[in-house]
Design a protein around this ligand. Structure first.
Ligand code: SF4
Ligand code: SF4
Length: 672
């Protein structure tokens, strides 16, 4: 007797036809739901949708089908992978049954027979266990462990119950079938066979037959219902996340680059400027698709420094609230601030660290919605005194501190005495060292600049400083949402760079680094921009500087957001610090590299007060102290100021010294 799939074997005659009749209303509910969901999001053209999906197929494969970011977390990743692979396998298995029974059988052919059928039974049993294992993990995380970031809603419990029922009832049906009609190849369906022997073999056949038929219909109806409810329930993320990845991923800007909504030098002075959004209706369908894809997993929230510091901001809440507004009656037309949906304080608490973007497994960018809402608020002048003062300082003095530019002169004279000529004095210099406001006007920042100059002079590098020509890059204005002020400064700097023929610059501020590297391109400037960790790394690699006096202390390193996560530079700062450390004198923190934790100064939040329970810098400082290090190495003058405050507040000044990587390397060099 050849093994063959016996579809409807124990069901009454005509069950196949009846099943398709029962399926019709469920299928209609599903199809209506898909169209309703796409229409509510604002998809008007099917052709546009398809062309967007096609262009994003590689990203969809990488991040959607292969789950590249989902598996990043051990327990959550394993759980998701088990459920996902189990469901895919069961879907493929059901499709094969349909092809085998409803198409091939009518042509006198069979596919699910012989060895292929035995393999089919075995694989489906294995994958069914994967599904149940994943669902058990899900149950454990949500209802036993009560993981903090997971929210429980009745709907989530119902979806879990439905999936569990489908998984368990599938095995029960298999077990009953094998008890009623034992087959020599039954062991290939090893779960069903075990159930058959252990549970069902002792029951009378008439009872088992009735039980089987009842269970068969329950299994089918619950499965149909789950499919029908896909577009209306959280299970819809199966499709919405894939769609979001395909449609939005290819168009996403690199981390750290904000879009340029207009060019002030090309603006029609009579045209009305529109910036950011205040209502959902102002969002494109692609932006709404991003919101709709949110699975409420909370990974962004868990990574968010503003949330950890107890500010009113949670990136998950921002996305979830905007998502709900899409679906609420007239929600799309409501002003998100006036209606109380979003509190302005939430929007101002963001440090633009991009950790939420990095964390989101389905490529949603909560920060992008936040900065767009900021832009709308700023356009209306909804700025408090400190934000307004910073912007006024930028206009009046060319620096956010409000220092008179004569201060700049004095400091450049100090640098000149150390060997840093101006570009006027050294017009053939290969590099221009752009010192940046934080290292020109802040006394602690000045120490960083001086130590860097010491290193560059020691290496005999051909460099110069701009002196009078330096003015703020405009980063604080752009991050606060004042696009016009940013562009005025950017255009002024671009003009300076072009007229002076500057091609290569060195910066020690990660914010200058990012702005020059990524944002000035929109204004026609392509520069080779090196963060000071990179030029120091290069000088070390080429032997132009040689550390000879390793530091006695143990050192740990804080990756700044705008050099690390946002600009992918993790090695150069480590090379610099390790070269100056004694053997075994370098230790990593718990959260490093891409997972580093913001000091709380980014996104212009350095310039104004944010309501908070704790400080991001204090949280991070504790992590540095946990390593047992004596020195916290930094690569950003703003991080330096934030951690200096944190050390003062916590009384850790004696336990942990704060040193920039330039100071560490300079200290390790032979004195000149
Ligand atoms: S960018 Fe950083 S601070 Fe802003 S919401 Fe995302 S994780 Fe939070
Ligand atoms: S935005 Fe992304 S990371 Fe945040 S809750 Fe939604 S799916 Fe999860």
């Amino acid at each position: 007797m050849e093994p063959v799939r016996e579809t409807y074997g124990l069901m009454p005659e005509g069950t196949d036809v009846l099943m398709y009749l029962v399926l019709i209303p469920f299928a209609l509910v599903f199809v209506y739901g898909v169209f309703y969901r796409l229409r509510t999001i604002g998809v008007r053209s099917f052709r546009e949708l398809v062309s967007n999906i096609v262009s994003g197929l590689p990203e969809m494969a990488r991040y959607g089908l292969l789950q590249r970011k989902v598996v990043g977390e051990k327990l959550a990743g394993a759980m998701h992978l088990l459920i996902y692979s189990g469901m895919i396998a069961l879907f493929i298995g059901t499709t094969l049954v349909f092809i085998d029974y409803d198409i091939l059988r009518l042509l006198g052919l069979r596919m699910l027979r012989g060895d292929f059928y035995l393999l089919y039974e075995f694989v489906l049993d294995v994958m069914g266990l994967a599904l149940l294992g994943g669902l058990s993990l899900l149950f454990y995380r949500r209802f036993i462990k009560h993981e903090e970031r997971l929210r429980n809603r009745t709907e989530y419990a119902m979806v879990l119950a439905g999936l569990l029922f489908i998984g368990v009832s599938g095995y029960v049906l298999e077990g009953v079938r094998l008890a009623l009609e034992p087959r020599p190849w039954g062991d290939w369906s090893f779960v069903g066979q075990s159930l058959s022997k252990a549970v069902f073999s002792s029951f009378p056949a008439p009872f088992l037959t009735t039980f089987y038929q009842g269970m068969w219909w329950s299994h089918a109806v619950v499965a149909f219902a789950m499919v029908a409810l896909l577009p209306y329930s959280s299970l819809g993320h199966l499709f919405s996340t894939l769609l979001n990845i395909a449609v939005n991923a290819p168009k996403q800007l690199p981390l750290g680059k904000m879009n340029t909504p207009f060019r002030i030098d090309e603006l029609d002075p009579t045209a009305e400027i529109k910036l950011g959004f205040r209502t959902i209706a102002e969002l494109s369908w692609m932006q709404k698709l991003g919101l709709d894809a949110c699975t409420d997993c909370g990974r962004c929230e868990a990574a968010c420094p503003a949330y950890a510091a107890g500010t009113p901001l949670s990136p998950r809440d921002i996305v979830q609230k905007l998502k709900k507004a899409i679906w609420s009656e007239n929600g799309g037309d409501r002003d998100v601030f006036a209606s109380g949906l979003i509190d302005e304080e939430e929007v101002w608490a963001c440090t633009t660290c991009s950790a939420c973007i990095e964390a989101c497994p389905v490529l949603i960018r909560p920060m992008d919605y936040i900065v767009e809402m900021r832009r709308a608020l700023t356009l209306e002048g909804k700025l408090d005194k400190r934000k307004t003062a910073m912007l006024t300082n930028l206009s009046r003095y060319g620096n956010p501190y409000g220092f008179d530019p004569s201060e700049k002169q004095k400091f450049f004279q100090e640098l000149a005495a150390m060997g840093a000529k101006t570009l006027d004095e050294n017009p053939d210099a290969e590099y221009v060292y752009w010192v940046g406001c934080a290292s020109i006007y802040d006394s602690r920042g000045r120490e960083i600049a001086k130590n860097l100059v010491k290193i560059l002079v020691k290496a005999n590098l051909s460099f110069a400083v701009l002196g009078d020509g330096e003015t703020c890059t405009g980063d604080p204005a752009r991050r606060i949402g004042e696009e016009g002020r940013f562009q005025e400064l950017a255009l002024q700097n671009v003009e300076t760079f072009k007229t002076r023929g500057i091609r290569k610059i060195i910066v020690n501020c990660p914010h200058c680094f990012n702005t020059f590297k990524k944002e000035y391109r929109d204004f026609g400037l392509q520069l080779e921009v090196l963060h000071h960790s990179q030029i120091i790394g290069e000088l070390l690699r080429t032997g132009r500087i040689k550390p000879v006096r390793p530091l006695a202390e143990k050192i740990t390193l804080h990756d700044s957001c705008y050099v690390g996560r946002i600009n992918d530079e993790f090695d150069a700062p480590r090379l610099a610090v390790k070269s100056a450390a004694r053997p075994g004198g370098f230790v990593e923190m718990r959260r490093v590299g891409r997972n580093s934790f913001c000091c709380g100064a980014g996104g212009s939040t350095y310039w104004y007060e944010v309501k908070r329970r704790d400080r991001e810098s204090v949280i991070r400082l504790r992590e540095a102290l946990d390593t047992g290090a004596d020195v916290l190495a930094l690569e950003c003058p703003f991080c330096m100021q934030m951690f200096a405050d944190a050390a003062r507040i916590t009384g850790a000044e004696q336990k942990l010294k704060l040193k920039d990587i330039a100071e560490i390397v300079a200290e390790s060099l032979e004195p000149s």
